[in-house]
Design a protein around this ligand. Sequence first.
Ligand code: LHQ
Length: 258
Amino acid sequence: MPEILFDVKDNVAVLTLNRPEKLNALNRSLAHELQDQLLACDENDSVRAVVLTGAGRAFCSGQDLQEFPPDKVPDIEKSIDENYNPTIRLLKTIRKPVLCAVNGVAAGAGANIALACDIVVAVSSAFFVQAFSKIGLIPDCGGTFFLPRLIGLQKASALMMLGDKISATEAERMGMIYACFEEESFVEKTFQIASTLANLPTVALILTRKALMEYSTNNLEEQLDLEKKFQQKAGLTKDFKEGITAFLQKRVPLFTGK
Ligand code: LHQ
C-alpha cells in the first residue's frame, strides 16, 4: 500500500497519510513521500488547493518512535534536516493553499505539521498533544514558532511543557485551529472549504500567506510596504482583471489561479 494516498478532484488534491496501524507515524519514507507529493501539487496546474489528512482513526502520531531504538545514539539533526524541516518549508512555500483536515489524534510532529498549514479544521473527536516533553524532547516542526503566535506564549508554554491533550473543541475555542466539525459533517464541510479555496485567486492567497508570515516581526511601516509590494503583484494577475470585470458585470468571478 502507498504510504500516502493521492487523489485530485475538482482542482482539490487530497493527500492522505496512510499508515493507519501506526496512527500514521512518520517514518523516513512517509516523510519523504509527503515532500514529494507536496512538490507534485506545487507543480500541478490542475491543483488549486491541497487537503492534508490521515487514514484511519488518527491524523498523525508524529515521529515513528521505532526508528529511534533507545540503545542507539540518535542522529536527530539528520532526521530533522531531511524529514521535517523541508516539509515545513514546503508547506509555507507551496503555491497552493493547504487545508489540514485533522481526522483524529495529532501528536508531536503530527500536531505541528497541522499547525504549519494555512487553515486547520478538525473532527470533534480529534485531539492535539504536544507529546515531546513526555519522551524527553522539545517541540519541533516549527511548533515553537506557530503555537505561541496562534494561542499566545503562556498557553503555548504550558501545553508544550505539560503535554496536555487538547480536544478539537478546545483547540477551536483557543484559536489553535479554524473550526471543529461534528463527525457527520466533517468530510462535507472540509470539502466545502477546500472547494472554496480551489476557486479563489490562488496567487492572491499565497501572497496573503506570505504577508501574514511577517506579521509579528515587521513594524507597521514595514508591513504596509510589504502589502504594497504584494498588492502590486496581485494586481498584475489575470484573476484581478477577472475579479474587477465580474464585479462590474454583476456576475460571479471565474478565477483561474493565474
Ligand atoms: C506509534 C506511534 C509513534 C510508532 C502510536 N511511533 N508507533 C522526534 C524524534 C526525532 C526527530 C524529529 O522529531 C521528532 C518529533 C516527534 O514527533 S516526537 C513525538 C513522537 N510522538 C509521540 O511521542 C506520540 C506517541 N504516541 C502516543 O502517545 C499515542 O500513541 C497517542 C496519544 C498518539 C495515541 O494513543 P492511543 O490512541 O492510545 O493509541 P496507541 O498508543 O495504542 O497506538 C496505536 C498503535 O500505534 C500502537 O501500536 P501497536 O502495534 O501496539 O498496536 C502504537 O505503538 C503505535 N504508535 N504512535 N509515534
